[in-house]
Write a protein that binds this ligand. Structure first.
Ligand SMILES: [Zn+2]
Length: 81
């Protein structure tokens, strides 16, 4: 008697596999989206992070709120953002 029935075995496993693949895909997409976020390289003058637009030193409070900020508030507003 055949104990292994490939159809039954793979049917169940295929469901689990596709579920796992879907989870992995969603996770990958999420991290891709995070990586695709506009993250301009910050500009530095010596050791000081400066605005990439006007090259004035960045407001420390702004950097604390948005550590990846590459432009000062004034320049962002001037750019219409
Ligand atoms: Zn600026």
């Amino acid at each position: 008697m055949e104990i292994d029935n490939p159809n039954v075995a793979t049917g169940d496993d295929a469901d689990k596999a596709s579920y796992l693949i879907e989870l992995q895909t969603q996770t990958a997409l999420a991290s891709q989206r995070a990586a695709a976020m506009p993250q301009k390289e910050q500009c530095k003058d010596g050791g000081t992070i400066v605005c990439c637009e006007c090259f004035e030193p960045m407001n420390p409070a702004r950097l604390k709120a948005i550590p990846t900020a590459s432009s000062c508030v004034e320049c962002l507003e001037a750019m219409g953002k």
